[in-house]
Design a protein around this ligand. Structure first.
Ligand code: ROI
Length: 174
């Protein structure tokens, strides 16, 4: 099993429900098991102004799915939860990003791992450190503690909302 870290984000159509539904769908992926789940964080949208605030979280998924198969599965979940293009670019019902996939680096037309923007995004780094710890090392040898020291918490708020649910059951294990 590889420890993959998945970023979750939503700012449309009951974001907390979107994130909870996504966690249930992730729990049902084959050859995968959910590990730690971060708190839910709220922040203003990075990108075009005028869209609703986002809820974000990060979870660890222990998986035997290859990176491309994992991406397929995440995109399927996004589609199932009605991700559509809206008039205002950027707002979305659900965004699932592969942040890290063990110590692997992946660079294909569809997929770049580590996620290229993760080092600049407070809504990724703070929940990631919450569950992975500041000593988590990236494939390039940098550690999360060093990265997060360069990124202010700014408007990021850690909410009391949680994504753990009784219905989380492991998918088929290999
Ligand atoms: N901004 C925030 N705060 N959270 C997100 O998850 C997020 N996702 C995006 C863009 C539009 C870049 N902005 C975001 O894709």
């Amino acid at each position: 099993m590889i420890a993959a870290y998945i970023g979750l984000g939503s700012n449309l159509q009951e974001p907390i429900q979107q994130l909870r539904s996504a966690v249930l769908a992730l729990a049902r992926l084959p050859s995968s098991r959910i590990g730690k789940i971060s708190s839910v964080y709220r922040s203003a949208a990075v990108g075009p102004a005028g869209q609703p605030d986002y809820l974000n979280a990060v979870l660890r998924l222990d998986t035997s799915l290859a990176p491309a198969a994992l991406l397929d599965a995440l995109q399927h979940i996004e589609q199932e939860q009605g991700r559509v293009r809206t008039v205002r670019w950027g707002a979305r019902t659900l965004d699932l990003d592969i942040l890290l996939y063990g110590q692997r680096q992946v660079s294909t037309a569809r997929l770049t791992i580590p996620h290229p923007a993760m080092g600049q995004r407070n809504f990724v780094l703070y929940p990631l450190v919450e569950i992975g710890g500041a000593n988590l090392v990236l494939p390039d040898g940098s550690d999360l503690g060093t990265l997060i020291a360069r990124v202010p918490r700014a408007d990021l708020v850690r909410t009391r909302l949680r994504l753990e649910q009784d219905a989380i059951v492991p998918g088929d294990r290999k």
